[in-house]
Every structure is written in structure tokens, then in C-alpha cells.
Ligand binder design. Sequence first.
Ligand code: SF4
Length: 165
Amino acid sequence: MPERSRRIVVVAHCHLNANTKVLRLACYPGVRKEVIAPLVAGGAGIVQLPCPEASFLGMRRWGMTVEQYDTPAYRRHCRGILRTTVDTLRTLADDGCVIGTVLGVEGSPSCGVETTCGGYAGGELEGASGQDAARIPGRGVFVDELRTMLAEAGLGDVPFAGVEG
Ligand code: SF4
């Protein structure tokens, strides 16, 4: 019987499932192998976060900016879908597991760790493509709520790392 590694890596949903990404933004068909394969080879347990944008706006959503997602309702949604995951991580930590890293998605308005997407300019959708939206320093809304909830659960020292989206 092999020993359990007792090491956990937490990954953004789309690292394991590109199908939740905004149409035409996925650069791999399903699993992001260059991110996930080393985790599997190293024996880490993988906890997949829920995708907050897919469950909030569905699969007909546009690419959006952090200003558009930073609302009380979206933050409440993020906290709601994170509750079970944070409870599970707390339970695993209490059982002796090390929660190694949370792997977010850089440039995402939800899952960015060091960088997000900002620059909402308003106006009609027609002609809005690109607007002034750009990669900016900052945290995505979902990652921001996850950090807060981990701290509330006594897991505030869990490190975060961003993977290029
Ligand atoms: S970056 Fe986050 S919100 Fe965007 S598709 Fe991936 S899991 Fe969903």
C-alpha cells in the first residue's frame, strides 16, 4: 500500500478544464499538461477550485475586466462556491496535509494572483472590442476572496502563484 504524500496543490479550475474559459481564450484543449503533469509526477494531491465566471455568467460571457466583476454580488458568489473547498482544505490540514500552493491564472479578472485585467471604458458593446483593457498589477476578485477565506480558516500562510493564462 503506497504512502499518501500529504501534499496538496490547489489549482484554478481551468488548469484542469479549458472548457470553462472564455471562447477563444483557451490555449490548450483540456488539461494544461505543462502545469498539471509535474504535480502528478511529484505525487501531490490536486484540489480543483470551482470556476466562478462560468457559474456566474455562463459560457456565453465576454472577456471582462476586474472593474466589471468587482461587485458585492460577484464577491458573494465567489464566497459561496468556495465554502466547501475551504472546508475541505481545513479538514485536510487538520489531518496533517500540507497545503502547498494555490495556482491561479495571471491576467484573469477573477483568478489573477499578481496581475489582472483592467480598463473598463463604458459605452456600447459595438466597437468596444479591446477598449483600453490591459494587463495591470492587481489581484482577481475570486483570488482576493479565497485569500480572505483561507485566512479566516486559519490557513492564511498558504502561498499563491500565478500561471500565465
Ligand atoms: S481563470 Fe478562473 S474564472 Fe477564468 S476560466 Fe479559469 S477558473 Fe474560470
